[in-house]
Design a protein around this ligand. Structure first.
Ligand code: PGA
Length: 235
């Protein structure tokens, strides 16, 4: 069983989501399918096999934070998951590991499973800092003293939406480091997803790599014709 999570980013309508859920109902799979959609679509009724998630969450519980949405509000919509620390949040909203940890803690306290993203930029990769950035990302973005109700996503930031993917060896090395770091933190068994330019033609190969427990899919999660082949590429 793998976890196949879609990240719609700022795309789509409620009608698109209903079409996707309808199409996914016909798919015979044991994989855990999650769709992380804009807040306005979270109330759409999903199939029992498909969970919905948000793409960001406030670090605050409630109060005078105009424009923010709290973890308990997301849970109240019926959603089960929330992405935190996506590279676009880190890039455009200056989110740091510190912010991400607070948001993940807020998600956990409302009973949501945070999908915590880490990954290196092209600059960091070229400076030979990939492993350092990944390890500090994992150590600093995950709250202390938690149960295991989290998912980690490794997303090389330079590869997102670029049609580029690291080599299988690079993915294996990154995922081994993340698995070892999680074990050292008492979180062994935490699922670790790979994300960035996943599509039907590379999903099976990526998910066959050791320590890759699923994928986080951006562009190719928007249309059933692109997303379903990813879901059915592994049993
Ligand atoms: P992509 O995005 O699949 O379009 O590269 C992945 C992500 O941002 O989660």
């Amino acid at each position: 069983m793998k976890i196949i999570a879609g990240n719609w980013k700022m795309n789509g309508t409620r009608a698109n989501l209903i079409d996707m859920v309808t199409a996914l109902q016909k798919v015979d799979t044991e994989n855990n399918v999650i769709l992380c959609v804009p807040y306005t679509m979270l109330g759409v009724k999903s199939d029992r096999n498909i969970s919905l998630g948000a793409q960001d969450v406030s670090a605050h519980d409630h109060g005078a934070y105009t424009g923010e949405v709290s973890a308990s509000m997301i849970a109240d919509s019926g959603a089960k998951y929330v992405i935190v620390g996506h590279s676009e949040r880190r890039q455009y909203h200056n989110e740091t590991n510190d912010t991400v940890r607070q948001k993940a803690a807020a998600a956990l306290s409302a009973g949501l499973t945070p999908i915590i993203c880490v990954g290196e930029t092209m600059e960091e990769k070229q400076a030979g800092k990939t492993m350092e950035i990944i390890e500090s990302g994992v150590r600093e973005s995950i709250p202390n003293d938690i149960d295991k109700n989290i998912i980690v996503a490794y997303e090389p930031r330079w590869a997102i939406g670029a049609g580029l993917t690291p080599t299988s060896e690079e993915i294996a090395e990154a995922h081994k480091l993340i698995a070892d770091t999680l074990t050292a933190m008492g979180l062994s068994g935490t699922p670790v997803l790979y994300g960035a330019s996943v599509k039907g033609s590379n999903a099976a190969e990526i998910m066959s790599i050791e320590n890759v427990d699923g994928v986080l899919v951006g562009g190719a999660s928007l249309k059933p014709d692109d997303f379903i082949p990813i879901i059915t590429s592994v049993k």
